[in-house]
Design a protein around this ligand. Structure first.
Ligand code: KG4
Ligand code: ZN
Length: 347
């Protein structure tokens, strides 16, 4: 029987950072996609690894049960289990890894280890009405709280990192500058919200000079720190009175940095199909800049459905499905033993 026409049910588990997520896919269609966010970290202004792994322990059974229930399938119908093996926080990854390994062993079905960063990119291959799938080759921009990468994608599992951040990720740049303004964690969506009513040119910030397709955001953060300190000394209400303009200016600078690098990537590779993924791709300013580039630069851009941009298990499921088919076709078999979590896994 042709593998492509077979009904493949994949249970996917994601626990790399602070979201415990499970999804069930029937081939490339999402039947359920459940995410439990960990609110505990808000009071600390960032993710506390020890608390994250404890919360994963508490959430994983109810989240997986909910995913199976919503998909309306029994665990005995599952074809394979896919889970995030890295990169991420080791203690968090281990919860998903141990759970997935035990579950697959108990059901005697294949276990598929998934790279979280590949999954952010392959989320574009989920079959979803109204969303086109990119064709190879394309450039993927993955922007999240943990990563910032520009990747050349020649095939599902043939990816080359062209550039990445040498310090903070884009999401961290948003979250850390938001924190400087006294906004709660995660500050990225709040900067996005306030920026909508602000003047992006009110406060010009300088862009960092980083070679080739690499990024750096730590200098921008320091620049904003001094800018806020200096102005708050002169006027203690400076932030409050100018919040929307400050947010719009920060967002404008970050978008410019990203668009400059994408332009260089297009120039260097001759590829003008751009697919974005990762939590920061929910940013309205970035989405608009990419949409504008279609008319202004002739690019073709792919923006994922919102629920597949931030950390989720559906993207792990689609990657698992693609890997499942590939491994079946390659006849290489599966690794059911000795799969371990790797905090620094590379694409
Ligand atoms: O992909 P994700 O859920 O988790 C990681 O793998 O990091 O990304 C979370 C990051 C956070 O830094 C959050 O502030 C940022 O994505 N984020 C945003 C927006 N929504 C989420 N940043 C800017 N604008 C947004 N609308
Ligand atoms: Zn992520």
């Amino acid at each position: 029987m042709n593998a492509i026409t077979t009904k493949t049910y994949i249970l996917a588990i994601e626990s790399s950072c602070d979201d415990t997520a499970a999804a069930v896919l029937l081939n490339d269609k999402v039947l359920s996609n459940v995410v439990a966010n960990q609110e505990i970290h808000q009071q600390y202004g960032g993710v506390v690894p020890e608390l994250a792994s404890r919360a994963h322990q508490q959430n994983i059974v109810p989240v997986v049960s909910a995913a199976l229930r919503k998909a309306n399938i029994d665990k005995n119908e599952l074809s394979a289990i896919a889970f995030t093996s890295g990169p991420g926080l080791l203690g968090s990854l281990l919860v998903g890894t141990s759970f997935a390994t035990s579950f697959a062993l108990g059901l005697d079905i294949p276990l598929i280890d998934i790279n979280h960063m590949q999954a952010h990119i392959l989320a574009h291959f989920i079959d979803e009405e109204g969303y086109d799938k990119p064709t190879f080759p394309f450039i993927a921009l993955t922007i999240s709280g943990g990563h910032t990468q520009i990747v050349r994608v020649d095939d599902y599992f043939k990816m080359t990192v062209l550039g990445e951040t040498i310090d903070d990720a884009v999401g961290e740049a948003f979250d850390k500058t938001a924190k400087l303004m006294g906004l709660p964690y995660p500050g990225g969506p709040l900067i996005d919200k306030y920026a909508a009513n602000g003047n992006p040119k009110a406060f010009p910030f300088t862009k960092p000079r980083v070679k080739e397709l690499n990024f750096s955001f730590s200098g921008l953060k320091t620049q904003i720190l001094y800018f806020l300190q200096n102005n708050s000394q002169k006027n203690p209400d400076f932030i409050k009175e100018n919040l929307e303009d400050i947010c719009a200016s920060i967002q404008h600078t970050i978008i410019n940095i990203i668009m400059d690098k994408l332009e260089l990537a297009v120039k260097q590779t001759g590829i003008n199909q751009i697919a974005i993924g990762g939590g920061v791709s929910a940013n309205k300013g970035i989405r608009q800049a990419l949409k504008d580039s279609e008319k202004q630069k002739g690019w073709k851009t792919y923006l994922p459905k919102f629920e597949y941009t931030t950390d989720n298990a559906a993207m792990i499921g689609i990657t698992g499905y693609l890997k499942f088919n590939q491994e079946k076709l390659d006849n290489t078999g599966f690794v059911n033993n000795g799969v371990s979590a790797q905090s620094r896994l590379k694409i």
